[in-house]
Every structure is written in C-alpha cells, then in structure tokens.
Design a protein around this ligand. Structure first.
Ligand SMILES: Nc1ncnc2c1ncn2[C@@H]1O[C@H](COP(=O)(O)OP(=O)(O)OP(=O)(O)O)[C@@H](O)[C@H]1O
Ligand SMILES: [Mg+2]
Length: 375
C-alpha cells in the first residue's frame, strides 16, 4: 500500500508547483487529491511511524485549500441531469483588494487599449449604439504582465472573472466538454444580464484545445462550440451585455485564423525596455525601503544590465535580494542594525540568473503584430 504515499506525494508536489505559479484552481484539485490519498493511507496504517507527519501535512493542505477557495469564490454551473454533473468555476473577485491598473508599472498602451475596449463600454453603454468588441487577445513574451493586467482590468470594473482552463471544461463524461463550454457561456450571460460585468478569461488560450486531441473529434467539437458561443455574443439580445472574452497567449502563431478572427482586439503586451525596467526596479525596491536603506542602489546600472529580462525576472531578482538579506540577518541572529542594500547585492543575483526573453521571439511577436495586431 506504499504506493498511496507515493501517489499522494506526487499530487502534493503538483499542488505546490501550481500554487506557486498562481494556478489556484489546479492547486486546489491536487491538494484535495493529496489529502484524500494520505487520509486513505492513515486509515489503513494509523500507527505507522510517519503517521503524525502525514497528519500534519493533511492539516496544512486543508488550511491552504480553504484560503485558496476564499480567494477564488466558487460558482457552480448545473448540468442537465442535476448535481452530479455540476462543474465548478473559480471566480476571481477579491472584493476590491486585488491589483488595479495603477499597481502595474507602465504598459500604458495596453491600459489605454483596454480602457477603450472594455472599461468605457461598461461605464457608458449608451454611447455605443453599434455595440462593442467582445473578444480581446493579449499576446507577448512570458512574464510581462498579461495575466496580471487581466486581473487588474477585472478589478477596475468590478467584474466577475471566470477562469476557463482545460480543468474547467474537461469532463468525466466523454463528449461533454463542449457542453461545458456552452454552460459556462450561459452562466456568464446570465450574470452579465444582471448588469454585473463578466470577464471570461482564458489563460494560455493556444493550449486550451490541445488537451482534447486524444479524444477523436473532441478537440474540434470543443473548439467549434467555443467559436459559436463567441459569435452568439454578437446576437441582438446579447450585444449590449457587459461580457468580454479575454485570451492570453505567448504563442499567438499557434492560433488558427478562425480563432484569431473572433478576437477583434489583439493587443501586444511588450517586454520592458530600459526605461520601464528602471521603473520596475524602482517599484519593487521602494517596497524594501521601509526595512532597508536602499538609497545607494544605482538603478540606472541595474536597468542597463537587464536587457531581455522580463518584468517577472525583475520582480524575482528583487525578491531574491530580499531572501539573501533575510538569510544573512537570521544567520547573524539579527545584529548589525539596519542593513544598507548595495548595487552589488543586486549584481550578484543578476549574474546568477539568465534572462527569460529570447530576442528572436521578440522579432516573431513584431511580425505577428504587424500582420494581426488590432488595438
Ligand atoms: N507591469 C508590471 N508591473 C509590475 N509587475 C509586473 C508587471 N508585469 C509583470 N509583473 C510581474 O511579473 C509577474 C508575472 O506577470 P504575468 O503572470 O502577468 O505574466 P504573463 O505575461 O501572464 O506571463 P505568461 O505568458 O508566462 O503567463 C507578475 O506577477 C508581477 O510580479
Ligand atoms: Mg500568464
């Protein structure tokens, strides 16, 4: 029965990895699977020498699942055959505490495009007798703010954000995935018709339909349903609903033309240039200034050194410096007063870390943007 523990550990690792990535929906699923298997094992071997350790883990995972569930309010969508068929959607709605546009450094063109495409239509629908675009695609290199700006957008307009992922539309019932797509859109229309803005968010939209490729015809059915639903939003009775579909991808060239066409707005989320990198360093370093003396850090130099680093890389560099200092503090048992952070502290970390943006990719985005970009 040891395989129970092995399997449980495997799920726990997947859960922690998903949790770190911010994919909370998946994290919850895997934590639950791990809890389930550890509990089964404990039932069989309650006196095992590791039992207390496993009990501790179960408690820890339960607390984490609860916290995550509170972050992502749950919305259930009923199937036609009652409860057993319900799928659960996790909805981001942090009651106004989440990130807003002002919390994102720069990305001014993207913010402007999203104001035009989403915020103004929601605020003043009477100014749009022709309706407004429904589908918005954000594309660009990894770690440069596509997901974060989508969440911030939802917070700007107080929208409910429904996260559509393979996990949400995958179903135990073969051939039901396309029905789940239909249900999600139905629920979204329902919520939007009560005047609550709704954003259907599809992260990594290029990967969404690949999940079905091993089911004969499945991928195509889900995809077609999706395209149909998007077309449906233009129908007469729905064209004024505050309902948007936002897709994010770092591989826009993987999308086929039918798909691309449904996203009327296709907005490039670029990597940070030197000026923006400087602002990102200022932004994150300023948060350290309460705890440390950061006045001597040469931010110009850091910006020069970080060509091809993404916004996420820069955040992680600053966070790593913070970890190094905390380690130092703990090892010295906290003597020495307020530590001065030097430019060297950063350079050390930057040298250990490779940039995540490949300049060739940037050229590919430029070409794709020229062909398909539409603000
Ligand atoms: N404009 C920004 N201002 C401040 N921080 C940012 C900005 N853009 C990105 N970041 C930092 O980078 C992290 C990653 O950003 P995000 O997840 O939005 O990237 P992404 O474009 O969705 O990447 P991927 O394509 O890998 O999904 C954020 O959590 C944040 O810490
Ligand atoms: Mg993302």
């Amino acid at each position: 029965m040891y395989y129970l523990v092995e399997k449980a550990t495997e799920y726990a690792n997947l859960a922690v990895a998903a949790d770190r990535k911010g994919d909370y929906e998946k994290a919850i699923k895997y934590y639950r699977a791990a809890i389930d298997l550890f509990s089964k094992y404990l039932k069989l071997y309650p006196d095992n020498s590791m039992a207390d350790f496993y009990r501790g883990l179960i408690r820890k995972y339960r607390v984490r699942v609860r916290t995550l569930e509170q972050t992502l309010n749950r919305v259930s969508i009923g199937g036609d055959r009652g409860r057993s068929e319900e799928i659960e959607l996790y909805v981001f709605n942090r009651g106004g505490n989440g990130p807003r546009f002002k919390d994102l450094v720069d990305l001014d063109d993207v913010k402007r495009a999203l104001r035009r495409a989403v915020i103004y239509p929601i605020r003043s629908p009477h100014l749009y007798p022709l309706g407004w675009p429904r589908g918005i695609l954000l594309f660009g290199p990894p770690g440069c703010g596509k997901t974060l700006i989508s969440i911030a957008l939802a917070n700007e307009v107080g929208a409910i954000m429904i996260n559509i992922s393979p996990a949400t539309i995958m179903s135990k019932w073969l051939g039901e995935a396309e029905k789940n797509v239909a249900r999600i859109f139905k629920k979204a229309r329902e919520m939007a018709s009560k005047n609550r803005p709704v954003i259907l968010f599809i992260d990594e939209v290029d990967a969404l339909f690949q999940e079905y490729s091993d089911e004969i015809g499945g991928e195509k059915r889900v995809r077609n349903q999706f395209l149909m639903e998007m077309d449906g939003l233009k129908a007469k009775e729905d064209y004024k609903l505050p309902l948007f579909v936002i897709g994010a991808t770092n591989k826009p060239w993987k999308l086929d033309i039918g798909f691309i066409r449904r996203f009327d707005k296709r907005i490039y989320v670029p990597p940070p240039d030197r000026e923006v990198r400087k602002k990102l360093f200022e932004h994150y370093i300023s948060r350290l200034s309460k705890t440390y003396d950061v006045s001597g850090v040469d931010i110009e130099r850091l910006a020069d050194m970080t060509e091809n680093y993404s916004s996420d890389d820069i955040f992680k560099i600053v966070r790593e410096v913070q970890s190094n200092l905390a380690e130092e503090y703990n090892e010295k048992n906290g003597d020495g007063g307020r530590r001065v952070i030097s430019t060297e502290d950063f350079i050390e970390v930057i040298k250990m870390r490779k940039p995540s943006i490949d300049p060739q990719m940037i050229e590919n985005y430029r070409v794709w943007n020229e062909k398909y970009g539409a603000q």
